[in-house]
Design a protein around this ligand. Structure first.
Ligand code: ES4
Ligand code: ZN
Length: 326
């Protein structure tokens, strides 16, 4: 069997996916029309042409602009359902999805509208497509710790539907320590924790996420290789890294996919996984990330199997759920 066929046949687990980053330009335009929202683009082609990023911030500016078309519960449903159909095509069996409530509540969209739409689609995905899922609430780190705490309070009635909290948006200048009290409270309420760290930010941010936020996974984490002691620690703790290769190239973390350090991470026995991040913006869903990365880094079947096993291990499934996917 060719490596491409093996990747296509592989049952997959996705652990790093921003649901707002799955909003394709076609659906963005349809929702803009449905909701009478003015977009700063004239056509789907113009939107795609604007997806030429120089760094994380240049992407985030466009990503938050695109999210403005999301107003009603049905909009969040339609976006989530479209992602789940992509999951079916890519043989994703389990997915742990980030959502950014502050991107919506700051525009006057109620928290309940957001989470009702998303969870209704996830329930339908479980029943109709056999895809299991969890939700992770991400705080926007460019906003204040107080705003994050207020968002956590809004999430408490939905505790049964949210497995954990995370940290995303502009990394540089917004270290994990800024959110230590929020994450303390979140863990006390029973949420698991993750954080974006070491994407654009330094290895110290990864250490802070571990020591201060007590995270179960590091999202991205690719800059860990700059600190050999940190690498030893990540190895010893089997700390998962949710790596997003196409995202890293689109946001110029690496100049080319051939220069990506995923193979080095795997060869160092780190618990690295492949994920899509914001697939509508970065040129592909998880299957595409696997295919292009395998080709660029000359991954073997053993690497593909390791990546699949790592993702099951790193997931928040219980032991029975993990056993079913092994
Ligand atoms: C994100 Cl790639 C990335 N990094 C940080 N925050 C994000 N939010 C959505 N995508
Ligand atoms: Zn991300």
């Amino acid at each position: 069997m060719s490596i491409e066929d093996a990747i296509r046949a592989l049952p997959k687990v996705e652990l790093h996916l921003h649901i707002e980053g799955s909003l394709e330009p076609e659906l963005m335009f349809a929702l803009a029309e449905r909701n009478q929202v003015e977009l700063p683009f004239a056509s789907v082609e113009e939107v795609r042409a604007a997806y030429d990023f120089s760094d994380l911030q240049s992407f985030l500016d466009i990503y938050y602009a695109g999210a403005q078309v999301l107003l009603e519960e049905q909009d969040f449903y339609d976006m989530t359902w479209a992602y789940l159909e992509r999951c079916r095509a890519d043989k994703v069996r389990h997915t742990e999805i980030f959502f950014d409530p502050q991107t919506h509540t700051d525009r006057g969209v109620p928290f309940d509208t957001v989470i009702r739409g998303i969870t209704r689609a996830l329930d339908d995905g479980r029943e109709q497509l056999g895809i299991s899922s969890e939700l992770i609430l991400c705080f926007l780190r460019h906003l204040s710790a107080e705003a994050a705490m207020a968002t956590l309070e809004q999430a408490l009635p939905w505790k049964e539907r949210i497995i954990g909290v995370g940290l995303d948006s502009s990394e540089k200048g917004h270290p994990p320590e800024k959110f230590q009290a929020v994450f303390d409270r979140a863990r006390a309420e029973g949420f698991l924790t993750v954080a974006h760290a070491g994407e654009e930010g330094p290895p110290e941010y990864i250490e802070q996420a571990l020591d201060l936020l007590k995270v179960k996974r590091i999202d991205h984490g690719v800059r860990c290789l700059e600190d050999p002691l940190l690498v030893r620690r990540l190895q010893k703790e089997r700390m998962p890294l949710t790596v997003c290769p196409l995202s890293n190239v689109k946001l110029c973390v690496f100049d080319t996919l051939e220069e990506h350090n995923l193979k080095t991470l795997l060869d160092a026995n780190l618990c690295a996984t492949i994920n899509s991040d914001d697939p509508a913006y970065f040129g592909g869903y998880i299957g595409q990330n696997f295919l292009e990365t395998a080709e660029a880094l000359k991954l073997g079947l053993d690497d593909i199997e390791t990546l699949a096993r790592n993702a099951v291990e790193a997931s928040f499934l219980d032991d029975d759920g993990k056993q079913d996917l092994m």
